[in-house]
Structures are given as structure tokens and as C-alpha cells.
Design a protein around this ligand. Structure first.
Ligand code: GAF
Length: 398
């Protein structure tokens, strides 16, 4: 048992005075490349990381659902039938339950409404759910998708709902969009559900076609270093939704359903038709889609060593065109590159969170020291740095 599994099991036992029926877990993710492309029907290339959220779960005799978490003081308990009164959370308001509880309760609500679930699952038995996690929160590593993935996997089994992994990812996204109120895309939930050791997931967010790409990072003598700036971000407020709206405006001006339908060759026309800010948002998405395709080609035909320039170009595009970086992320990327990283970029939604660097295995300590020193010199709070390897997606642990 891992410490996180133990913590979830102990919390469950403390809550119910009996053992859970099972333990399920789902990972956070790092996105190798393809940022803010998912809700534009585009391409992404994330992988699941070793950090996981664990849900210890058991059915109850009644129709109540109780959720507890090691990171909250009090459990939250509601009638299953009340879920329809609690959700969806009206746009612009905060959930009627504490935000952390809106993730697992939102999953229960969304799962009961999913297409094609077994009729008995729509009724559902009552549940006790105890959650523990070692995915850093607010670090841009999808701690929320990990909660959704662990809960959705548990409920799918205990309610015999019969949903496949992409359907469970859609349940998680619906909880995040409509219960928590964060207008995010599908990338994080798909990465958390579909992750495999040593592979990244090349996902077409229009069709949800997912293909594993062997990343070969260790084989190339390299490592992925996560540089968590500890600048907290939240996608239920502000900048994320504004960027999404700018992309929708850009697609409308171009007369297409989404920016997936705009190619690099269309950019001169886009520049003539729209204001500078909208154009730069569009240019980021269009060029980022192309960078994902280029990265997949390089990984399949060549070596992870050759994707460094694509990572660097992706960061520049997010900093200058999409304007979602912050000084701490830029400092991490610049210090890592100056210390010899092969490539580096911010990862996730931006406005804080983490960056990644592709580094020689024997340079991890040197790059770590350089990033720590650059943060200290800039007067920033110390970052947290650690390496990750592509890991397994959601599953039942016990
Ligand atoms: C966040 C969102 F949750 C994802 O859907 C995605 O848009 C990402 O930001 C940016 O690529 O993680």
C-alpha cells in the first residue's frame, strides 16, 4: 500500500467504522505540448504522472452520498436525489457545496445522467467516499481530473454503470464544467483515464481518437523535470474563460466551427479580419496544433532529444501571443534552458502552476540548482522541482 492508499483507507474506516469495498485511483498529468487547443477541437499530447488521487469507497444501505477528504476538515453528505437540485451550478456562481466536494459529488451527478448507463446506475445506491491525494493542488498538474477520475472509476464499478474510459472522462469534464464551474476542455480527464507507462496520449479532441506515442525520454538519456512555481491558479475564474471566449470569437470571424479548422496558411487572412489581440490568440492555437503534430512526428521517427525547439516555441507562443505565462514560469523556463535543458515550456492552463524541462539525466541536479538560484535572485518563493515519468491511468487498486 502506498501512503496515499493508506490515508484514504484510514479516513474511510474512521468515517464508517468498517473497511471500504474497494480502492480506486487516478493520476495527475503533465502536458508535453498542445496547450489551450483541447477546447478548440485540436490536438494535445499529455501523459499521466506517478502522483495519484485515491478514493476508498463503499456502498450504503440508504440513498445518501457522503464524501470526506484528507484536505478538508468536515465530510459533506447529501441525498442522492438532491444532486439534481445542487447541480448544475449557475454560470458565474460558486457551487452550493464546498468547492472540493463539488468534484466527487459533481461526478456522481454527471454519471447518473450519462448517455448509455445501465438503468440501475441512474438510481444508484448510497455511497461513502474517502479521498486522499499526492497530486500537488493548484500546480497545473490536474489534481482536479485526478479526483474526478478516481471517483468516476469507483462509481462506474460499484453502480455497474458500464461506461468506457472516454465516457468516464466526459463525466469528469461535465463535473468540472457544470458542477465546479470551470470552463475547461477534455484533455486532463482523458490523460488521467488513458495514461500508460512510457507513453504520451496523442489525442484528437474533436473525435476523441487517442493514440499512444512512445516518448522514449529515458531511452534518450533524458528526464522530464517539473518546476512547480507554487503560484496558485484556478480556471473557474478570470483568464481561462476569457481566452476561451477569444478563441470562439476568432473562429466565428473566420466562419468555421472551431479554430481546428484554421490552418497556418490561413493566418494572413485572419490577421486582416480581426483585432490584434484576437489574432494573437488565434495564432497561438493554430501554430500550437501544428507543433503537436510536429512533435508526434519527431517522437515517432526520431528521438525525444529533437523536440526541444518545439517546446521552446510553444512557451514563447503562450508568453507572447496567448499571454498566459507569469514571471515565475518564464524564469523557470529561461533558467532551465540557460543551464543546458534540451527544451522547456509552461504546462497546463497557465496563470501560475508548473513548467517542464527536458533535461539530460545527469544534468537534473544542475538544472534544479540553477532554477532555485534564479528564483532566489528574483525574490520569488522557492519552487518545488521533481522528475516524472509517464505512468498508468485510472484503475481499481484493491
Ligand atoms: C487546463 C484545462 F483543464 C485543460 O482542459 C486545458 O485547456 C489546459 O488547461 C490548457 O491546455 O488544464
Amino acid at each position: 500500500m502506498t501512503p496515499t492508499q493508506n490515508a484514504a483507507r484510514e479516513l474511510f474506516t474512521e468515517l464508517t467504522r468498517h473497511a471500504p469495498e474497494g480502492i480506486w485511483s487516478a493520476p495527475g498529468r503533465v502536458n508535453l505540448i498542445g496547450e489551450h487547443t483541447d477546447y478548440n477541437d485540436g490536438f494535445v499530447l499529455p501523459f499521466a504522472i506517478p502522483h495519484r488521487t485515491v478514493a476508498a469507497v463503499g456502498r450504503r444501505e440508504d440513498h445518501r452520498i457522503r464524501v470526506a477528504s484528507t484536505f478538508a476538515d468536515e465530510p459533506v453528505e447529501v441525498e442522492l436525489d438532491d444532486l439534481d437540485r445542487l447541480f448544475p451550478t449557475p454560470t458565474g456562481s460558486t457551487p452550493q457545496v464546498p468547492e472540493w466536494a463539488a468534484y466527487p459529488l459533481g461526478v456522481a451527478w454527471a454519471l447518473r445522467q450519462a448517455d448509455g448507463i445501465a438503468a440501475s446506475a441512474a438510481v444508484g445506491s448510497g455511497l461513502d467516499i474517502a479521498i486522499a491525494s499526492d497530486v500537488p493542488v493548484g500546480a497545473g498538474l490536474s489534481s482536479s481530473a485526478a479526483i474526478e477520475g478516481a471517483t468516476a472509476s469507483a462509481l462506474n464499478d460499484l453502480w455497474a454503470a458500464g461506461l468506457d474510459r472516454p465516457a468516464l472522462a466526459r463525466v469528469g469534464r461535465r463535473a468540472e464544467n457544470e458542477a465546479v464551474g470551470a470552463p475547461t476542455g477534455i484533455m486532463d480527464q482523458m490523460a488521467s483515464m488513458l495514461g500508460e507507462p512510457d507513453a504520451a496520449i496523442f489525442l484528437d479532441c474533436r473525435t476523441l481518437d487517442a493514440n499512444l506515442v512512445q516518448v522514449g525520454i529515458a531511452e534518450a538519456g533524458l528526464a522530464i523535470l517539473v518546476m512547480d512555481t507554487r503560484v496558485k491558479h484556478a480556471h473557474s475564474t478570470g483568464g481561462y474563460g476569457e481566452r476561451r471566449a477569444a478563441c470562439e470569437r476568432g473562429a466565428e470571424i473566420m466562419g468555421v466551427p472551431s479554430l481546428r479548422d484554421v490552418s497556418v496558411d490561413d493566418l494572413p487572412r485572419a490577421q486582416e479580419l480581426m483585432d490584434d489581440v484576437t489574432f494573437r490568440r488565434v495564432r497561438h492555437v493554430v501554430t500550437e496544433n501544428q507543433r503537436v503534430l510536429d512533435t508526434v512526428r519527431v517522437l515517432r521517427e526520431g528521438s525525444a532529444r529533437d523536440i526541444g525547439d518545439l517546446l521552446v516555441a510553444s512557451h514563447a507562443s503562450m508568453r507572447d501571443d496567448f499571454e498566459i505565462s507569469v514571471p515565475e514560469l518564464d524564469t523557470a523556463v529561461e533558467a532551465a534552458l540557460a543551464a543546458g535543458a534540451v527544451g522547456a515550456r509552461m504546462t497546463g492552463g497557465g496563470f501560475g502552476g508548473a513548467a517542464i524541462a527536458l533535461v539530460e539525466q545527469d544534468a537534473v541536479d544542475r538544472v534544479t540548482d540553477a532554477v532555485n538560484a534564479a528564483f532566489a535572485a528574483s525574490g520569488f518563493a522557492a519552487p518545488v522541482l521533481f522528475t516524472v515519468t509517464p505512468s498508468a491511468g485510472a484503475h481499481r487498486d484493491a
